[in-house]
Design a protein around this ligand. Structure first.
Ligand SMILES: CCCCCCCCCC(=O)SCCNC(=O)CCNC(=O)[C@H](O)C(C)(C)COP(=O)(O)OP(=O)(O)OC[C@H]1O[C@@H](n2cnc3c(N)ncnc32)[C@H](O)[C@@H]1OP(=O)(O)O
Length: 179
């Protein structure tokens, strides 16, 4: 790292690009792939060798991703770690921000594990913003296996922030004008 590649520096590059993507969310058509939150995002970043590499598309009501967990995400033998599943849900919620055009971050996340997520099986995750209350976005997601059984559900509260939230030391929580 040479001092120009630290977290704050990388955030300065990534956040405006992401904010622009969000602002143009009306241009993202149903079925179109959505850009990752950052190249190194643990959920969807293509450059993160330890990441899940989730690829999400926009749907009529929210976002969707088909994802298979691999050995790097194992917990009990043959079963994805619950934290890895939570990461997948949280990342899908991050993609849901496209449908409302707001920068926001996870404040709370609750997962229901109805059945094990087995490695190397495709799971379909769908997420949407259920409600907006001021700065609070209330989100819901479900995941199904390839036999159509629902194996997981999640609820989250996201809170909107300004771009400064992602740049360390700029301002407390980076509140934006619309908050
Ligand atoms: C460019 C990249 C974009 C990335 C997109 C997302 C990527 C994937 C998702 C993530 O991984 S995000 C990373 C994990 N999350 C964090 O690091 C967030 C850490 N928490 C914070 O930074 C602050 O707590 C936060 C900015 C979320 C809120 O702090 P604030 O001081 O700005 O707000 P405050 O605590 O006053 O709460 C704001 C509102 O939310 C409400 N609230 C807070 N927690 C709540 C809760 N748990 N349930 C319901 N409402 C809640 C709170 O009552 C209040 O309502 P009102 O505006 O009506 O007064």
């Amino acid at each position: 790292m040479d001092g120009h590649d630290g977290p704050a520096s990388r955030a300065e590059g990534v956040v405006p690009r992401w904010a622009a993507h969000l602002a143009g969310q009306g241009n993202v058509e149903v079925g179109q792939a959505l850009p990752p939150h950052s190249p190194d995002c643990a959920g969807c970043g293509p450059d993160n060798p330890a990441g899940l590499h989730i690829r999400a598309v926009r749907t009529a009501s929210g976002v969707e991703a088909v994802h298979s967990f691999v050995a790097a995400q194992v917990g009990a033998p043959g079963i994805a770690h619950g934290g890895a599943v939570a990461l997948a849900f949280d990342d899908l919620f991050g993609f849901s921000l496209y449908t409302v055009g707001s920068l926001a971050v996870t404040r709370s996340l609750a997962i229901e594990y109805h059945a094990p997520f087995r490695l190397h099986r495709p799971y379909t995750f769908r997420a949407h913003v259920a409600k907006r209350e001021g700065r609070r976005l209330l989100l819901h997601a479900d995941a199904w296996d390839d036999a159509g059984q629902k194996v997981g559900s999640a609820e989250a509260t996201f809170v909107t922030v300004g771009p400064g939230h992602f740049t360390a030391g700029t301002q407390k929580n980076g509140r934006s004008q619309d908050q």
